[in-house]
Design a protein around this ligand. Structure first.
Ligand SMILES: Cc1cc2nc3c(=O)[nH]c(=O)nc-3n(C[C@H](O)[C@H](O)[C@H](O)COP(=O)(O)OP(=O)(O)OC[C@H]3O[C@@H](n4cnc5c(N)ncnc54)[C@H](O)[C@@H]3O)c2cc1C
Length: 290
């Protein structure tokens, strides 16, 4: 392992949050290193339509443009795995660290998922709920929270909904009644395969039954990409999951900032980017030593 250069700030994660922080800091002529392992939620977003100033932009395109943009202002970019402040190739020094490593969806293994994920299979109502408008929708989940999701989707987007929950989950009668009142079909079963080629046409359950659909909304857990922070004992929010931060996005470790999906609050590309801008400005203010 080589001893690396010193930076004013090291940023982990090239999503909108990390990239926007890098743009701001590099445009204060600060020495910035952005480390990223590739992939990430934004890269999975086929088309983002709710980002101010960009009518429609591919997630990959947003990230790749951002990387070119930070490099044009002199920030360095490295694709590296296994960052811990020390990466697998070198040890870097910085006065500030910004972590914007995001989260990863953890749906159960269902055959055919990759063919449709981000195109007609969605995970985020705020991002892609709109794309289900007026379409035949199947909602898959593993918690009773999914009933609320189905009722909300019915209000906002489409009357044609089938909700599928695992047999082990007992649906309380009052919730069954609500689904019934809203005309939402309800099945218990384990999803085994997404059907259709090239377009999604349905979901096959393990027992062979099929639910026809054009679009799917998944409601499963996700994991934070924060394993490399484990040794720091960072405070978590009251839900016990996401990183607790103050209004500067600073974690319980001084000069360590967290953005985007890692920290408590809503996870949206434009929110992460706004946090990145605010953190960039704040770190520069601290560096100014005036
Ligand atoms: C299918 C899909 C569609 C979406 N559509 C929209 C939409 O239309 N509008 C919207 O606002 N939001 C959308 N989102 C959500 C949005 O992408 C995220 O909420 C937002 O981008 C969060 O940004 P972030 O910077 O926190 O993380 P991300 O964009 O997830 O970026 C994190 C980066 O950190 C890197 N990383 C992780 N761990 C490490 C590590 N240990 N070392 C180095 N690098 C690491 C990852 O490789 C990745 O590049 C969508 C998400 C998905 C999955």
């Amino acid at each position: 392992m080589t001893a690396g250069k010193a930076y004013d700030c090291i940023i982990i994660g090239a999503g909108p949050g990390g990239l926007q922080a890098a743009i701001h800091l590099a445009r204060y002529n600060r020495r910035v290193l952005l480390v990223d392992r590739g992939g990430g939620r934004t890269s999975h977003a086929l088309e983002i339509e709710n980002y101010l100033g960009l009518e429609r932009v591919g997630g990959k395109e947003l990230v790749e443009t951002g990387i070119r943009q930070i490099q044009s202002f002199g920030a360095e970019f490295r694709r590296e795995q296994g960052f811990t402040v020390v990466t697998d190739r070198a040890r870097y020094q910085a006065s500030y660290v910004v972590v914007s490593a995001g989260a990863t969806e953890k749906p159960p293994p269902i055959k055919g998922m990759n063919r449709f994920f981000g195109r007609t299979i969605f995970t985020c109502v705020d991002c892609d709920g709109y794309r289900t408008t007026g379409r035949n929708l199947v909602i898959l989940g593993d918690s009773l929270e999914t009933v609320r999701l189905a009722l909300a989707m019915r209000q906002m987007f489409t009357p044609e909904i089938t909700l599928v929950l695992p047999p082990a989950l007992r649906l309380p009668p009052d919730q069954a009644e609500l689904l019934n009142e809203d005309g939402i079909a309800f099945l218990t079963g384990i999803p085994a395969e997404f059907l259709g080629d090239p377009e999604l046409t349905g979901v096959r359950l393990q027992d062979g039954r099929q639910a026809a659909c054009e679009v799917v909304m998944l409601n499963y857990d996700y994991v934070l990409n924060d394993a490399f922070l484990a040794g720091l004992g960072l405070e978590r929010d009251s839900g016990g999951g996401k990183l607790a931060t103050d209004h500067f996005c600073e974690t319980s470790v001084k000069n360590l900032f967290a953005l985007g999906a890692l920290k408590s609050g809503k996870a949206q590309a434009i929110i992460a980017a706004g946090q990145g801008a605010a953190v960039g400005i704040e770190i520069n203010r601290r560096l100014l030593e005036l």
